[in-house]
Design a protein around this ligand. Structure first.
Ligand code: ZN
Length: 174
């Protein structure tokens, strides 16, 4: 696959790439590193706290996050797995860079552990019961083709109906 990472951009709902199941990254090549760095750039420009590869049209199990906007907190998760979800769940209003103007409350386990490879191919493990736990679960969902509109309650879905229709119209007109 040849791929110009500079040309990547964030795709909006209902782009079909957002519904694909991502595949494990087989090898940590320069191309993978370039894509991850470009994704960090796009996430900061947006600005957002996380971005998954399917959101830029690449079906790799890879996402980036930064819960503070401080570049020192940039994280890249390659082939991540989640484990040890807390029994306690919390509802929190989420947005998504692929769903501009749309927000809704999503219930998730409050705490979670994530294991992944970093950009150097080194395995690492983190646990959080704060905003990072929320981001990791949201981004991990993207790797399965799941979006917040699938998870929010009926009232939030209804409140966002017009914004969703508008995104669908925009896509149809492209
Ligand atoms: Zn998202």
């Amino acid at each position: 696959m040849t791929l110009d990472s500079a040309k990547l951009k964030i795709l909006n709902y209902p782009h079909p790439a957002l519904r694909q199941t991502a595949q494990p990254v087989p090898e940590l090549t320069d191309q993978v590193r370039q894509v991850a760095l470009r994704m960090l750039q796009l996430m900061h420009e947006a600005p957002g706290v996380g971005l998954a590869a399917p959101q830029v049209g690449i079906n790799w199990c890879l996402f980036v996050s930064n819960h503070t906007q401080d570049p020192e907190d940039d994280l890249v998760f390659i082939n991540p797995t989640l484990s040890e979800p807390s029994k306690e769940t919390v509802e929190f209003e989420e947005g998504c860079l692929s769903l501009p103007e749309i927000r809704g409350a999503v219930r998730r386990p409050a705490g979670i552990t994530i294991e992944a490879l970093n950009l150097k191919g080194k395995p690492f493990k983190m646990t959080s019961d704060e905003l990072p736990a929320r981001i990791w679960q949201h981004e991990y969902d993207h790797l399965k083709g799941v979006l917040i509109i699938d998870l929010m309650g009926m009232l939030d879905r209804r409140a966002n109906r017009e914004a969703l229709d508008e995104l669908e119209r925009e896509a149809a007109n492209q």
